[in-house]
Design a protein around this ligand. Structure first.
Ligand code: SF4
Length: 356
């Protein structure tokens, strides 16, 4: 059983795909979509994405629904979801990005009050606006209308305790309540008041698949004529240390969009690499970018494909050493963050007024 609220990096994707019936993302689709997240094998699997490929091909609209639980600060693991969101918007998606402030409070023990969840929501919203989202792309759970909430209650009638336990392995009522909203988040854009029946896509980490399976099941069983929602699955962004995913719960596993240049330097300098024990050995035998967290940053974020390919090849041949490679990574992240953080400050007041 995978824990959608857990923190452990998945090491054997093929096994998870087999167990849960996910389909590996086909390379010919990646070629057609021509976006770095597909080309670099960061989107690794899907459920029913063929419907969305067809809509893109026919230049017809489709729904894109995703979001963020307001339980922490945004880090680079979240940024890939924002990149994908912008990409689908450019392909004609009707956009629904949820700032899930209720979810952040009720499903995460570490968030002690709704006020705290709202502070995270303000921070998260200011970041996504600074990253190029418009106010129309975003909705705030606590500001949604009655239709959304009555829909969430209606969905809850279709889930039994046994079903919930079978999928998640427990019945935590806070998480159950948050889940009803998540199912409503994914399905409500197809209600008449919004877009009506329309293919939709939601992008998630592989460990979020229990939500996807249950949402698709519910879409069949509620008395609405809905398209089954499609899902895309991200490869997890590894944390800076070995074996953990990038997580807001562990500040040293992640580079946050709020981090200072000093924070970035400190974290990247101490990250796990695929370097050898001595410089002499690394020059002779090369490093191992496949296990290296610095290389992972390049792969997940560096915009220029050629640069990423070059680093990989130079690392393997021992033509670049970890010190220089880390310095380049620190320079890249610092430049990105200093530009982004200037915009972020301008959106904080707007975000506060939208949330409270
Ligand atoms: Fe990682 Fe760069 Fe060192 Fe290679 S040279 S192991 S990519 S830090």
């Amino acid at each position: 059983m995978i824990d959608p609220w857990g923190n452990i990096e998945i090491s054997n994707y093929e096994k998870v795909f087999r167990e849960f019936g996910l389909t590996k993302f086909p390379s010919n689709w990646s070629d057609k979509l021509d976006h770095y997240l597909f080309k670099r094998n960061i989107i690794i699997a899907h459920r029913d994405f063929g419907k969305i490929m067809q809509r893109i091909k026919e230049k017809k609209p489709f729904i894109q629904m995703t979001g963020i639980a307001s339980s922490g600060k945004l880090h680079f693991g979240h940024k890939i979801n924002l990149d994908l969101f912008k990409f689908f918007k450019s392909k004609g998606a009707r956009t629904y990005f949820c700032i899930a402030n209720i979810d952040g409070y009720v499903s995460r023990p570490k968030v002690k009050s709704m006020e705290e969840a709202n502070e995270y929501a303000i921070n998260n919203l200011a970041h996504v606006l600074a990253y190029g989202f418009t106010k129309k792309d975003v909705y705030i759970q606590t500001k949604k209308d009655k239709i959304y909430y009555s829909f969430a209650f209606e969905i809850s009638k279709k889930i039994t305790e046994a079903m919930f336990r079978a999928v998640y392995g427990h019945l935590d009522l806070g998480k159950a309540a948050a889940n009803m909203l998540q199912y409503a988040d994914i399905l409500h854009p197809q209600l008449k008041k919004y877009e009506g029946k329309m293919p939709s896509v939601t992008s998630i980490g592989v460990d979020q698949d229990p939500h996807a399976r249950l949402t698709r099941d519910l879409a069949k069983r509620i008395n609405y004529n809905l398209e089954l929602p499609s899902f895309l699955y991200f490869r997890h962004h590894g944390g800076l240390q070995k074996g953990m995913k990038m997580s807001a719960s562990d500040p040293y596993s992640a580079v946050f969009l709020d981090d200072s240049i000093q924070d970035v330097k400190y974290k990247v300098e101490r990250s796990f690499t695929g370097g050898k024990d001595t410089l002499k050995e690394q020059k002779k035998k090369g490093g191992n970018p496949d296990i290296c967290k610095v290389y992972e940053f390049y792969k997940f974020h560096y915009p220029n494909d050629k640069f990423v390919i070059d680093i990989y090849s130079k690392c393997k041949k021992g033509e670049i050493l970890c010190k220089e490679c880390k310095e380049k990574c620190i320079a890249f992240l610092s430049s990105f963050l200093s530009k982004h953080q200037k915009k972020f400050k301008r959106y904080l007041g707007i975000a506060r007024r939208m949330i409270l």
